[in-house]
Design a binder for this molecule. Structure first.
Ligand code: 8YV
Length: 314
C-alpha cells in the first residue's frame, strides 16, 4: 500500500515535520495557494491528517479526503476537529492529553501574577531607565491569598488549582458536574463563581455549550477589581465585550493566552496596562512540544501497525 500519506495542516513544529517527512509521505497544506485544489489532487494518497489548534480537520477537509483513516492532532483541544463527522465516517482521532498540563497551568499562574503584580510593566520601567530617573515603581496588587475561581476542573483546571492552593488561594470552581473528591468550593453557575472570586481562570474545553461562556454578565460579576485569565480558547470569551469591559474599567484586568481569531489580537488592548497578552504559548516549551510531537508520531505508527492507539478519542 506504500507509505501512509499524511496531510500536515500548519507548520507547527520543525521536529514533527522532519519526522513525518522521514517516516511517511508528507503533504504540506499551507504551501498550496488553493486548499480545495490541493486536497482534490492529493485525495487518493492522503490517509491521515495532522492538525493543531490553528488548523484542524473541519467537515470540508474530511469530506474532501475519502481515504482518510485517522486525525492525529498536535493539541489536547479538539475544537478544530469535526468529531461528529469523524465518528460518522469511521475516522479515528487522537490528541495530546496530559503531557502539556503542567506547562499550561504554569502559564495560567504566570498570567495572574503578571497582571496583578504588573511584571511586564515593571520590566519596561527598568529598561526605559525610569527607575533611575523617576524613582520607585508604583504599588501593585497581591495574588497570594486571593480567591481563584476555575471554569472547568479537568486535568488542566486541577493543575491550576494545585498551584494556586500553594499560593494560599482559596479555590472555587464551576463545571458541569460537582467533583466531590475535591475540597474546592463548587458553584452551580459561572455567574455565581465570578461573583465570588478575585481571579477567574478559564480552563474548560471549547464546545457549543462553552462558546462565549464568559459573557458581559460574567465580566460584570467579576467586577472592576476582578482579573480574568484565559488559557482555554479565545472563543470562551466574548472578545468585543471583554475589550469594552476593560476599556470602561468594569473589569479589573485580563491575562490572555488565546484569542477569538488568532493571531489577530484586538488592538484596543495594546494600550491597556492592566492586560497581559501572550501569543498562545501555554504548551510552548521545548520539553512539552517534543513529547506532543512524539505522541502524534506514535499514534500514526500504532495506526499503521494495527496496534492500539496511544491516546484515542474517537
Ligand atoms: C497548541 C493547544 O497551541 O493543546 C492545545 O489544545 O492549544 C496547544 O497545545 C497547539 O496545538 C500547538 O500548535
Amino acid at each position: 500500500m506504500g507509505a501512509l500519506g499524511v496531510l500536515l495542516t500548519y507548520p507547527m513544529n520543525p521536529y514533527l515535520e522532519e519526522e513525518l517527512d522521514k517516516r511517511f509521505k508528507l503533504f504540506r497544506l499551507w504551501e498550496s495557494p488553493n486548499k480545495k485544489d490541493f486536497l482534490r489532487s492529493n485525495s487518493a494518497s492522503i490517509r491521515a491528517v495532522v492538525g493543531n489548534s490553528n488548523v484542524g480537520a473541519d467537515a470540508e477537509t474530511i469530506d474532501a479526503l475519502p481515504r482518510l483513516e485517522i486525525v492525529s492532532s498536535y493539541s489536547v483541544g479538539l475544537d478544530k476537529v469535526d468529531l461528529k463527522k469523524c465518528k460518522e465516517k469511521g475516522v479515528r482521532v487522537t490528541n495530546t492529553p496530559d503531557v502539556l498540563t503542567e506547562d499550561v497551568a504554569d502559564i495560567a499562574i504566570g498570567l495572574a501574577l503578571a497582571v496583578m503584580r504588573r511584571i511586564p510593566q515593571a520590566d519596561g520601567y527598568v529598561r526605559a531607565g525610569n527607575w533611575k530617573a523617576t524613582g520607585d515603581f508604583r504599588l501593585t496588587t497581591r495574588f497570594s491569598g486571593k480567591t481563584v475561581g476555575i471554569v472547568g476542573l479537568g486535568r488542566i483546571g486541577m493543575a491550576i488549582a494545585k498551584r494556586a492552593a500553594a499560593f494560599g488561594c482559596p479555590i472555587s470552581y464551576y463545571s458541569r458536574t460537582e467533583k466531590p473528591e475535591t475540597n474546592f468550593k463548587y458553584h452551580p453557575t459561572i455567574i455565581e463563581l465570578a461573583s465570588n472570586c478575585n481571579v477567574l481562570v478559564v480552563a474548560c474545553p471549547l464546545t457549543e455549550e462553552t462558546h462565549h461562556i464568559v459573557n458581559r454578565d460574567v465580566m460584570d460579576a467579576l467586577g472592576p477589581k476582578g482579573v480574568l485569565v484565559n488559557i482555554g480558547r479565545g472563543s470562551h470569551v466574548d472578545e468585543p465585550e471583554l475589550v469594552k469591559a476593560l476599556v470602561e474599567g468594569r473589569l479589573g484586568g485580563a491575562g490572555l493566552d488565546v484569542y477569538e481569531e488568532e493571531p489577530h489580537v484586538p488592538e484596543e488592548l495594546f494600550g491597556l496596562e492592566n492586560v497581559v497578552l501572550l501569543p498562545h504559548v501555554g504548551s510552548g516549551t521545548l520539553e512539552t512540544r517534543k513529547v506532543m510531537a512524539d505522541l502524534v508520531l506514535g499514534n500514526l505508527e500504532a495506526h499503521v501497525q494495527n496496534k492500539p492507539l496511544l491516546t484515542p478519542v474517537v
